[in-house]
Design a binder for this molecule. Structure first.
Ligand SMILES: Nc1ncnc2c1ncn2[C@@H]1O[C@H](COP(=O)(O)OP(=O)(O)OP(=O)(O)O)[C@@H](O)[C@H]1O
Ligand SMILES: [Mg+2]
Length: 342
């Protein structure tokens, strides 16, 4: 299509010039030899007018291709807008105002289409606790955490918050209680300020700066060209991985939700930025109910409960010391990491 579009202009130009040349040759010869009724001046006027018609005629065809481009693009945009949400609220969905007691997983199973990813998950997260999820890559940690804000519904079993099935609740109100920092930072092509204030549109400049300071992001933000008004490009492409993550953490700090879900992706960071991200994560976890997926096991030794997930099953639960004592998968993971670091 692009090839034809690009060809369009030179081809019509060439044809136009040819037409004028032919008319000029034939008409000119008629006028000069005196065969036609037209005077020389009349003929020149005619040529002038004819060449003027070329331009609007070309604009007309251009408009036509533009309209078609627009229709094709419009279809794709509408397709995106019409996309159905994977989880739907019940007509009588209840609004949840606060988080009081616990989040419970009861016999939860989950499958992406055919692929069973979680099996028999039973978990109890008490208010104020920090629960750490560890385990080999692909074990289903991110999937398990995604069930809490109800990004998808479990295929079997139930997830309950304060004894209420998530499927009976209003999604919007549930997500108000939850802050998420993902493995992949979700950022928009906008200013740093707007990206942080995304969770709380009425936030003032002072609040945003305060949140950025807690997230260890203030210093690098001030180092950018326009400070908080710097545009960060598509998906934050003008920032480094650690900077992107700290912006996301600042966003979560600003939202200040009772429940925090952290999927740390510190493996992509160097030691210095990892320390900065880690520090800001600790601050974020204070006084909250937190579920943290840890890749660096050294960071979760103080967690109230550590859950080891392998192939979609919980294989071990306990505190750091208990699990070390069990001498199972957790101990092996710790040993491997210490070996790698040593
Ligand atoms: N959207 C999806 N569609 C189909 N399969 C998926 C999808 N997301 C994840 N999976 C599969 O589910 C399994 C668990 O993925 P998950 O992202 O929960 O792992 P993880 O424990 O978070 O791993 P990591 O430590 O690498 O982040 C993987 O085998 C993955 O291939
Ligand atoms: Mg993951």
């Amino acid at each position: 299509m692009v090839r034809r579009q690009q060809m369009g202009s030179p081809v019509s130009e060439l044809l136009g010039v040819c037409m004028v040349a032919i008319i000029l040759l034939y008409g000119g010869s008629l006028v000069l030899t005196g065969q036609g009724d037209l005077s020389a001046a009349g003929f020149i006027t005619y040529i002038g007018i004819f060449s003027q018609i070329m331009r609007p005629a070309k604009a007309l065809t251009d408009a036509f291709t533009n309209i078609h481009n627009g229709i094709a693009a419009g279809e794709r945009v509408l397709q995106l807008i019409d996309e159905k949400n994977q989880v739907a609220d019940k007509p009588d969905a209840k609004v949840i105002q606060s988080f009081e007691n616990s989040i419970k997983f009861e016999q939860v199973g989950f499958a992406y289409e055919e692929k069973q990813v979680l099996k028999d998950i039973n978990l109890d997260i008490q208010k104020g606790q920090t629960l750490a999820l560890v385990g080999p890559s692909g074990g289903g940690k991110s999937t398990l955490v995604d069930l809490i804000p109800r990004f998808m519904d479990p295929t079997s079993g139930t997830v309950k918050i304060d004894g209420q099935d998530l499927r009976d609740l209003d999604q919007e109100s549930l997500r108000q209680l939850i802050g998420v920092v993902n493995q992949e930072s979700i950022l928009f092509n906008d200013t740093i300020f707007n990206n942080i204030a995304f969770a709380n549109e009425s936030a003032t400049k002072e609040q945003v700066i305060q949140a950025a300071k807690i997230a260890n992001a203030h210093d690098f933000i001030m180092g950018t060209e326009l400070g908080y008004l710097t545009n960060i490009g598509d998906r934050g492409s003008k920032l480094s991985g650690g900077q992107r993550q700290r912006i996301c953490i600042a966003r979560a700090v600003l939202k200040n939700p009772p429940i925090m879900l952290l999927d740390e992706a510190t493996s992509a960071l160097d030691t210095e930025s990892e320390r900065l991200v880690q520090e800001s994560l600790y601050k974020l976890m204070e006084n909250r109910t937190t579920v943290v997926i840890a890749h660096r096991l050294s960071t979760i030794q103080n967690a109230d409960k550590i859950v080891v997930l392998e192939d979609g099953r919980i294989v071990e639960v306990g505190s750091h010391m208990e699990l070390i004592g069990k001498n199972g998968l957790y101990k092996r993971l710790i040993d491997m990491q210490q070996f790698a670091e040593g």
